[in-house]
Design a protein around this ligand. Structure first.
Ligand SMILES: [Mn+2]
Length: 390
């Protein structure tokens, strides 16, 4: 017997269908009024497939409205899969370096971020190049204001851009190799944000269905079958060795890393999450970049009731100026804790002590948030049990 559908459910369903169309029309109208301009699409410092494919989609959509866009980032692309994506699809990217002319852009466009994870945000703000568009799926961050904003709780930013395309902002043609590569990139973006569609919502499934006829499957396979580098394997090895599992949280510090190997941290967190009794994995290390150092960490979870954004904000807190050390979205999060005065030590013994200090402190904060004591405290108490509170 079929159950009656509540009127409310129907309204929600209908608005979920109407919203992308409404937002697309709004974006189209805005782009129309900026014809002939040059815009900078700003990605986070360490762009992932979701950011890359969304930025590319925006660039292709904007071109239809006579707007030329450059896709900018300031950090590095180091994850093998991302490198493969960029190489195979020929996405034109501009890696910012000192002295580049940012004044040539009339506006900025933020995709898959809201300005908090890019150093370009401040550079553009200093030059008074104003944000025009924000399209993102992270929690609202209030860092910058734009004319057009589409921030939604959805699996991927690539899903939102696929909806825009579907609503008519760009007509995909099977015969166009650029369109084929864009569709393939968007599919990769969606897949990578949802563990290969396992954690996807209805919107992702719909987007994937829409993209499928345009996809180059062998290219997608090439992107996905990229092997892990030795450095990544080494970091995974360290993460495994150092992990401590408490209450299904697997937490691991991996020590000092070169900035080039930064992307091995989320990959190690992904790997720790594959252990059968772990629902959440957190991996962190100290990244050295010139004379700057910071503790950088990644969190992955498949516990539905756990909000990584809240978890990281509550566990690690904020700076004196109120900027949180961490944040996230459904299923994943990240954090960065600058090491100010203690950076740039050359003495080996002091560096060992420094790592030990940060390792203990970070762990302690996470264990406190989870509600268990760190093992060092437990052994000092000699209770024979690692859980002290119960
Ligand atoms: Mn994303």
């Amino acid at each position: 017997m079929a159950r009656e559908r509540s009127p409310l459910a129907e309204v929600t369903e209908r608005s979920a269908e109407v919203m992308p169309v409404k937002k697309s029309a709004e974006l189209a109208a805005l782009l129309e009024t900026h014809k002939g301009e040059r815009h900078a699409i700003v990605m986070q410092d360490y762009p992932d497939p979701d950011a890359l494919s969304s930025a590319w989609a925006h660039k292709m959509i904007a071109a239809k409205y006579g707007i030329e866009c450059d896709i900018l980032y300031e950090g590095r692309i180091s994850h093998q899969e991302n490198l493969a994506l960029v190489q195979l699809t020929d996405i034109d990217l501009v890696r910012y370096s000192d002295g580049d002319d940012l004044k040539q852009y009339q506006h900025t466009v933020f995709v898959d971020n809201q300005g908090t994870t890019s150093r370009l945000t401040d550079r553009f703000a200093d030059l008074e190049v104003k944000p025009l568009v924000i399209v993102d799926h992270h929690e609202i961050q209030d860092r910058i204001q734009s004319i057009y904003t589409d921030i939604r709780k959805i699996g991927a930013t690539a899903t939102i851009y696929t909806q825009y395309i579907r609503a008519g902002l760009l007509t995909l043609k099977k015969a166009d190799p650029k369109h084929e590569m864009l569709a393939t990139s968007l599919m990769h973006g969606i897949r990578s944000e949802t563990s290969g569609l396992i954690r996807s919502g209805i919107e992702e499934m719909e987007a994937a269905t829409f993209l499928t006829p345009f996809i180059n499957h062998s290219m997608l396979e090439d992107i996905l079958s990229v092997k892990r580098s030795k450095q990544v394997m080494d970091v995974i090895h360290l993460a495994l060795e150092n992990r401590e599992i408490r209450d299904n949280y697997s937490i691991s510090g991996v020590g000092y890393l070169r900035v080039e190997d930064r992307d091995s941290i989320p990959q190690a967190a992904d790997f720790l999450l594959t252990e059968e009794n772990a629902h959440t994995a957190i991996v962190y290390g100290i990244i050295i970049k010139g004379d700057r150092e910071m503790v950088v960490g990644s969190m992955r979870t498949n516990k539905v009731t756990l909000n990584p954004d809240e978890f990281l904000k509550e566990a690690l807190g904020a700076t004196e100026t109120g900027r949180y050390y961490g944040g996230g979205r459904r299923g994943a999060g990240g954090f960065e804790i600058p090491i100010g005065f203690l950076a740039g030590i050359t003495d080996d013994e002091l560096n060992r002590m420094k790592w030990h200090l940060y390792d203990e402190l970070v762990k302690k904060k996470f264990f406190a948030k989870i509600g268990v004591h760190s093992p060092s405290q437990a052994s000092r108490n000699d209770t024979g049990s690692l859980r002290l509170e119960e």
